[in-house]
Ligand binder design. Structure first.
Ligand code: 0PR
Length: 382
């Protein structure tokens, strides 16, 4: 498309934009996403903060106060000690990147040890930051502490593990990994981008899930996404480090703006997702997040039972609200589903596709989906 030479009539323009938007999937037909549909009641907040810029907070002291309160809530949720610091980031990728940047400043090592299910953001980080990603084998699709111990060398820069894996929604044995890292004095980052807003509340409900946050003395940093199970609007992630002073190591002086230094990747950044996130966390509170977690897990069980009733096989028993369904001719099935208006995400290495049972899904949607899945599979095997 060429840069427009002439002005355009506003009504025509709005119409043009609307037509594009109508081509997008309705959120209720997106079954593989880890993101959330914004709450109707809170949408206005996003537009009220559109011009706020937290890159230069002196102009927006009110919005900055919201940011500070929000970070405080997150530090509290994840049992951060008083020495800890937190930053708002654009999402899991940026949070994970800050972790490795800090680790690089604390150690002479060159290798980041991570399980084979680690999110692809670490591949990007390795390329951008010139570190080596040492992928280690897992056992039953979670990190194996013995394999980890065997792989630690004097070159180890950091260890990464995951609470809520991207493909299967599993949780690594984080307490054991934390002990190994603590004993070997190695920086340990927990990627809780997905599980961070689910695991604590499932634990409240009595689910047998491991600790994964700063309660564990070996955890050095943690990333968690508001825009996944936090139900916040995109982009909103959090990065927490056990010591605030570590941020100085990756920070740069910022002479033209009102902060002394910045230690995140973005410079100019919107206050809109921050204000939205603050409101979302307060609207639900622990009470609401427990209800949300319960609803997602009940629906996950329903999906599992329905699928099994119709002869489908799950790749693993779900731990969280992620279900991987094994199918023959994966890509063809995914395409047939797409043509029927359903979006799911293929996990090719497991010949499965992923369903993430997010809060916006309901039983009726699942029933309709399973009917179409059966048709799609019949079509493929014809
Ligand atoms: N860490 C983990 C464990 C993740 O699952 C993800 C993203 C990230 C880090 C990176 O987070 P950002 O994308 O916020 O930087 N996981 C999902 C995935 O890659 C993201 C996603 C969301 C994918 C919606 C598809 C989709 O429709 O599968």
């Amino acid at each position: 498309m060429k840069f427009p030479e002439k002005k355009k009539n506003l009504m025509e323009l709005l119409n043009e934009i609307r037509i594009f938007r109508e081509r997008d999937f309705e959120y209720s037909r997106i079954l593989g996403t880890m993101c959330s549909k914004p709450d109707r009641e809170l949408i206005q907040i996003y537009s009220d903060f559109l011009e706020t810029n937290l890159g230069d907070p002196k102009n927006f002291p009110g919005t900055k106060e919201i940011e500070d309160h929000l970070i405080g809530m997150i530090l509290d949720l994840f049992h951060a000690p008083s020495s800890a610091g937190g930053r708002i980031v654009s999402g899991g990728t940026e949070g994970n990147m800050l972790a490795i940047a800090i680790a690089k400043n604390l150690s002479r090592g060159k290798e980041v040890i991570a399980p084979d299910h680690v999110h692809f953001s670490f591949q990007k980080i390795a390329k951008i930051m010139g570190v080596k990603l040492k992928i280690v084998e897992t056992k039953n699709h979670v990190m194996d502490v013995n394999v980890l111990s065997r792989n630690i060398t004097k070159d180890t820069l950091a260890v990464v593990s995951v609470a809520g894996t991207t493909e299967l929604g599993l949780v690594d044995p984080i307490p054991e990994i934390s002990d190994v890292c603590y004993d070997n004095n190695i920086f340990f980052h927990v990627d809780a981008a997905f599980g961070g807003f689910l695991v604590p509340f499932l634990k409240d409900l009595g689910y047998d899930l491991p600790d994964f946050d700063f309660k564990l003395k070996g955890v050095s940093s943690l990333s968690v996404d508001g825009h996944k199970m936090g139900g916040c609007a995109i982009p909103l992630g959090f990065f927490l480090a056990r010591r605030e002073e570590w941020f100085k190591k990756i920070g740069v002086e910022t002479p033209y703006v009102s902060t002394e230094y910045q230690s995140t990747i973005l410079g100019t950044r919107s206050g809109a997702p921050v204000a939205y996130g603050y409101a979302r966390l307060k609207l639900l509170g622990r009470e609401g997040f427990i209800e949300q977690a319960k609803k997602c897990m009940e629906l996950t069980n329903y999906v599992k039972e329905k699928l099994e009733e119709h002869g489908f096989t799950l790749f693993t028993e779900p731990t969280l609200n992620v279900i991987a369904v094994k199918v023959k001719d994966l890509d063809k099935v995914v395409k047939e589903l797409y043509d029927r208006g359903w979006s799911v995400n293929p996990i090719r290495r497991f010949s499965s596709f992923r369903l993430v049972i997010m809060p916006h899904l309901e039983k009726e949607i699942i029933d309709r989906f399973i009917d179409d899945l059966r048709d799609a599979c019949k079509e493929v095997t014809k």
